[in-house]
Ligand binder design. Sequence first.
Ligand SMILES: *Cc1c(COP(=O)(O)O)cnc(C)c1O
Length: 222
Amino acid sequence: MHVSENLQYIKDQINDQLEKSKLSTKPNVIAVTKYVTIERAKEAYKAGIKHFGENRVEGFLTKKEQLPDDVTMHFIGSLQTRKVKDVINDIDYFHALDRLKLAKEINKRANHTVKCFVQVNVSGEESKHGIQLSEVTDFIEQLKDYEHIEVVGLMTMAPYTDDETYIKSIFEQLRIKKEHIQQLNLSYAPCNELSMGMSNDYLLAIEEGATFVRIGTKLVGE
Ligand SMILES: *Cc1c(COP(=O)(O)O)cnc(C)c1O
């Protein structure tokens, strides 16, 4: 399938979902290109995609270099502290802030304000990265002295399951936490955004207010 056809299908589904849920803000679609070639990523660009996501330093830098300058680049995977310096100044949005040591290194190496999502392990699965839901507020409060970090929102990955009620409850818990952080009115942590939803669960995420969905398989393929 062409990316443009996949994109049209996804957009139609998103619009139906927004109407059904009586929501008005359209989420940004990030094309996750980690499985595909630069040619396929360029096809996504031609289809109108401006947001691109990669989860490894090498793939990220290749895509960034070869895509046109007006794309917004999202780093969506966990990042080793020692690799921060190689990539941080090419990142527009970083979706996996989950420890202070990493925040410290980002702050030291960045020469711009990096828009960061705090990654939260809502489901508590051991295999998942991210901090626990109960630790989010404390963690964000500790970020106030890092002038190159802006906490734009929270990010999570739902468990891989067919249980839609359970997946929705994960997204709902993240939304409630996001609203809580917003109410703290921290200048460095506006926390207006929710990065949640992938190929299998983006409609559920949108129902719960996702502002960025990260779609690989269903948009550009595996
Ligand atoms: C790979 C990946 C995605 C996209 O996954 P698909 O199921 O292919 O849509 C989204 N978010 C993160 C963090 C990923 O690593």
